[in-house]
Design a protein around this ligand. Sequence first.
Ligand code: FAD
Length: 617
Amino acid sequence: MPDLDFDVIVIGGGHAGCEAASAAARAGASTLLLTHRADTIGTMSCNPAIGGLGKGHLVREIDALDGLMGRVADLSGIQFRLLNRKKGPAVRGPRTQADRALYKTHMQTAISSTSGLTVLEGDAYDLVMDGNEVRAVETADGRLICSRSVVITTGTFLRGLIHIGNEKTPSGRMGEAPSIGLSDRFAALGLRLGRLKTGTPARLDGRSIAWDRIGVQEADEDPVPFSFMTESITNRQIVCGVTRTTDETHRIIRDNIQRSAMYSGEIKGIGPRYCPSIEDKIVRFGDRDGHQIFLEPEGLDDDTVYPNGISTSLPLDVQEAFIRSIPGLEDVAIRQPGYAIEYDFVDPTQLDHRLAVRGLTGLFLAGQINGTTGYEEAAAQGLVAGLNAARSSLSAEPVRFSRTDSYIGVMIDDLISFGVTEPYRMFTSRAEYRLSLRADNADQRLTPLAIELGICSDARRGRYEAYEAALGNGRAALRNVSLTPNEAESFGLSLNKDGVRRSAYDLLARSDVEFFDLGRIWPDLNAIDERAKDALKIEAGYSVYLERQESSIADIRRDEAREIPPDFRFEGISGLSNEIVIKLNRFKPLNIAQAAAIEGMTPAALALILVHLKKRG
Ligand code: FAD
């Protein structure tokens, strides 16, 4: 007899698990979140920050689907910054540093207030299968919990092994036991597992830092919230410190490199290339100008400091020596040493678009277990897996996200089509349709879907529908009025003297025209909703490029069957990034359609390849 019975069981209360459990419950499934400890739900294992380039898009998309991460980040953010502010809206990255304790508290509140969601503490040790179908989860203390769908989100815990110098400790995270049984079950089910690693820096006592001897980084004056539902950011915003490694830092690290777990051969797993340890930076990228370090306070009432940029697996005595060679940190006290962690992951090419394991019924995987790195990547997968697990248990149609509708779709397609050779993280360059997949229009792209699927709260639905109506009215009002170049001149606007009438929408597409200018010509336009004005300005600005993107996609579609000869050299094509060239050489596409399917391939890159193929004749 089972001890309990649910439609969906989510194992793990990290970033993937919280979104999975919330999405499953919102989709109408009776859901259990089974995790080691209720008080670690929503823990940020490494850096106290949410968002960034590419990652910020994922958070906006999670929010548009009424997920939790954006709202929780808004409630706990203490240093909001819009990255790439000077570049186009398509590549801007909302980011906030979070108060670690507040983040956890608000996430736990969100979970405990979700109806249909139960939290239980326990170590999921094994899966009970009936042939290829999941039937139940067994905990280490012998409880049996039945469910037709199980979502596993165990992060870095699967056979986790912490390294500090040559010391090794089996752990899922500093001070927490690893998860062993599930890895054995995966192996018994014939799943291919691999080994990856990641690392974290020492945590510092902020009272021992000489803040007056280092630079500062301020928060934005006008913090931009992640969530469509957040009116304004109310937390006090803080400044971070900025300092750099010195020649002495580099000398100490080079002299002791063989004592680093990574360089002594202790660690076999591959680490994240885009988030390298300080050892890696010095060995691989040299040490001419020093490496920048951000000193990020971990909370409003916490004087622990996270030194972003010096993750390490060197022994503690070397960590102390090199950290104290950094300006401002000469007398610093270390509260927790940096460490590296190795863990098992499941090769994600064994999953389908729902993040379900192919060939099995009812087993879904999400988060770091699929070879990704980062809270946002984990959370976005959790939402997809939890939603589909619920729909599978409730016999509803699966939901598939595509590369054309979301970064979520890009990430899932990358993972299940190409797998990972190193921890996968999101970048805007991975999205070939990034002009249309912007952070600012995530709600328009995805909230209608959330409404259709019934996972959206009434409050969001009401607010979204009002916004959508304001956008529609605003767009119509802009298209309804027009003027000739001569009429424009009388308002101080200089246009091509071609006699063509231009609508207010056409004028808004120009970088030198703002709503303020239009309001002087057509005062009625001042009545357009303020939020809709911002969105319409961006939309109009992109309309020309989007038309071009559409026509270039159409050109490429016409040429999809064009063959790429085996001796064709991608290296010779100027304008192709090194990353794309490496991928093209690895996957050796036989035609344009196959090249188009390569992760991170853009319409512009395909157009370049086509031009060179045509030149060759
Ligand atoms: P986690 O957040 O790890 O959550 C896993 C949850 O599952 C935990 O609550 C755990 O208690 C629970 N659990 C595990 N096994 C079981 C079980 N058998 N039964 C019940 N509950 C279980 N990301 C970056 O982007 N950049 C970095 O530099 C970076 N460095 C990192 C360094 C370290 C040392 C660590 C540990 C992580 C680092 N990360 C980094 C990764 C980031 O923490 C993860 O990507 C993210 O937390 C993954 O989310 P998740 O939900 O998949 O798993």
